[in-house]
Design a protein. Structure first.
Length: 355
């Protein structure tokens, strides 16, 4: 099957399900989204996705890919898998030790496998662009360096409402909301209901979702409609400005992902970030920096700080939209050991890929 072939994604996850999955995740390193029998697991470290797995595409394994490409035989694959299981070492390392594949062939196989996974499971058009760093770990998992907002961005993109809002605001939007906050639109222009207006007002002060829900006794759907509006306006701004080649959508939506969803307890408001950065550096290499440039630079420092996302924790809530699998918190060593020893046979609802 050609790698360039596109596969329709069956995993259309509404944004409310994605955000709710984040909402109940708390401090676990594994985020699970389950919908209509489709299970998606993302494991991440310090706010970055480091592994993506789903039961939708069984059999997408490195061993099978190498056999498919004629680089190893089925017997080579079985032998390497047995050794990796017995000695608790990586499957790819065994192949390298046996000189069945070169390091280049192994890396290329992992890279193409990751692209296939992203293509089939998530349908990300930008999958190749975002495969920044890849390497194998025990049980043939794949490390992907993908910023956490990608997950929410994908959920929003699957939401018809969010796309409608992006289209509507895109006709009138001239500056990103991170620079002008709510000044670009009035409540009347947004067409919000009375209860949604209350949320809109709360969102323009440092607030977390738990604080908003505690302060305003309203249906949770109204809250997400306002979040759609906020994020969609930023997506629309991105569409208008991306032609310059200097702005990524992450730069635009990151403040709201972090601020409104309280991705880290140490986060301060966008205005404070701008003020802090401005006091540290009044000018750039090409003259004075505007608020957006300052905020962008400050956010870049935050997301590159390995300690920033260590305190990720969001209080749980109830939602009728999805019931994620409850996964007990495990240490990294425990998870790796479990991956090493698991036989990857079918277990319950989870269809695990075989070597």
């Amino acid at each position: 099957m050609p790698d360039a072939q596109k596969h329709p994604s069956p995993l259309h996850i509404p944004a409310i399900d994605v955000i709710y999955a984040l909402y109940v995740q708390r401090s676990s390193s594994i985020l699970t989204i389950q919908r209509d029998g489709i299970l998606l697991k993302l494991t991440f470290d310090r706010g970055r996705i480091v592994n993506l797995w789903s039961n939708f595409v069984p059999g997408l394994s490195l061993g099978e890919y190498l056999v498919e490409q004629g680089q190893i035989t089925p017997e080579d694959r079985s032998n390497a898998f047995e050794i990796s299981t017995e000695q608790h070492i990586q499957f790819g390392v065994v192949l390298l030790q046996q000189q069945k594949v070169s390091p280049h062939q192994l890396f290329e196989g992992i890279q193409i496998l990751a692209r296939r996974k992203l293509d089939r499971i998530m349908g990300w058009e930008s999958a190749i662009y975002h495969l920044e760093h890849l390497k194998a770990i025990p049980a043939n998992q794949v490390i992907l360096s993908v910023p956490m907002p990608h997950l929410i961005f994908r959920g929003l993109k699957e939401s018809r409402r969010a796309e409608q809002l992006s289209e509507e605001f895109g006709r009138r939007m001239h500056q990103p909301l991170v620079q002008s906050r709510s000044k670009a639109f009035t409540v009347e222009e947004l067409g919000l209901s009375a209860e949604e207006q209350k949320i809109w007002a709360l969102l323009h002060h440092p607030r977390t979702i738990p604080q908003i829900l505690e302060g305003v006794k309203i249906p949770i759907e109204s809250l997400f409609r306002v979040l759609f509006a906020l994020l969609s306006m930023n997506l629309a701004a991105f569409e208008l400005r991306k032609q310059t080649g200097t702005i990524e959508f992450f730069d635009i939506i990151a403040p709201y992902i972090i601020d409104e969803l309280d991705a880290a307890s140490a986060f301060i408001s966008a205005e404070e970030l701008v003020a802090t950065a401005a006091s540290e550096s009044e000018t750039g290499p090409h003259g004075p920096l505007d608020d957006f440039q300052i905020l962008k630079a400050t956010l870049a420092r935050i997301v590159n700080d390995d300690t920033f996302f260590e305190n990720w924790a969001i209080e749980p809530a109830q939602s009728p939209h999805t019931k994620p699998e409850v996964i007990p918190l495990k240490s990294e060593a425990e998870m790796i050991d479990e991956l090493r020893q698991h036989d990857y046979e079918k277990t319950g609802e989870i269809i695990r890929p075989k070597k």
